[in-house]
Design a protein around this ligand. Structure first.
Ligand code: SAH
Length: 255
């Protein structure tokens, strides 16, 4: 594979809860025309479907190779950098990037050997806040405020085009690695968040408050840090010790 093909292979387009199979086909075509191949489908409403095949217009390799998953995190396995596409600013407090900047960041991550996901939402409802919370940044195509929502496959096309431009123009040497080890993937991060949530319960951190907001804030903190696997092991170790101490403390409490 050429260097450009290597980079392209590290990028994936993840379509979440797509309602119209035609949009899946059109997205496959958009992806294929710009030199990309990988599409992951999360809980598509109808797939496979003749409408998807018709609108793929020959991009059968992309369509046929698409993974089908039940949950977003499964579509993100292996990816350590995820960008969530959204027409609207959401309650989730994520950094917002323009498509061009997002494409540059995505390629820089791919050049460091990371796998990158571009995540697109359902046609009517977009991405849920919990889905955006699994992303490192939000990308908004700068459409007009009073009619901001593009057709799903056209949003895919815009991003695929920007990525292709960035790939064609990318003569610069790859940036130095930011990590000693590759950053942990989405599945490992989910396991860490589950352990963190359980530990906060065990040490009675919440004191009756609703844990959702603090968990979202902590997610944001760790998403920004992009811990690698060794760092996650250290964090798991600290949490396990905190849990052990909480158990000891509970045993010592007079009844
Ligand atoms: N009402 C939904 C629109 C969904 S359109 C919403 O507000 O999000 C389907 C998907 O296409 C979106 O989830 C998003 O991933 C992508 N999309 C559409 N318009 C976009 C825009 N202006 N910027 C970024 N992504 C967009």
């Amino acid at each position: 594979m050429t260097a450009a093909a290597d980079l392209a292979a590290r990028l994936r387009f993840v379509l979440v809860r797509t309602s119209h199979p035609g949009n899946i086909g059109s997205a496959a075509r958009a992806i294929r025309t710009m030199g990309f191949t990988r599409m992951e489908l999360v809980a598509p409403h109808r797939f496979p479907d003749p409408e998807a095949s018709a609108l793929a217009a020959g991009a059968d390799d992309v369509l046929g190779g698409a993974g089908i998953h039940g949950e977003l995190v499964e579509g993100l396995v292996g990816a350590s950098f995820a960008l969530g596409l959204s027409a609207r600013r959401r309650g989730v407090n994520l950094p917002e990037l323009a498509p061009r900047e997002a494409a540059a960041r995505a390629l820089a991550a791919a050049a460091r050997g990371e796998q990158v996901a571009l995540v697109f939402g359902n046609e009517r409802t977009g991405l849920e806040n919990e889905e955006l919370a699994r992303c490192h940044a939000m990308v908004r195509i700068p459409s007009v405020d009073d009619f901001s929502s593009l057709n799903l496959s056209q949003a895919v096309q815009v991003m695929a085009y920007e990525l292709r431009l960035a790939l064609l123009g990318d003569q610069a040497p790859p940036p130095p690695p930011e990590h000693d080890e590759p950053p942990a993937d989405a599945a490992k991060m989910e396991r860490f968040y589950a352990h963190l949530a359980q530990t906060l319960d065990d040490i009675e951190f919440h004191k009756g408050r609703e844990p959702t907001t603090i968990m979202l804030r902590l997610r944001k903190l760790f998403q920004r840090a992009q811990p690698d696997e060794r760092e996650l092991r250290v964090l798991h170790g600290i949490l396990a010790d905190a849990q052990r101490m909480a158990t000891l403390a509970a045993a010592r409490k007079p009844d």
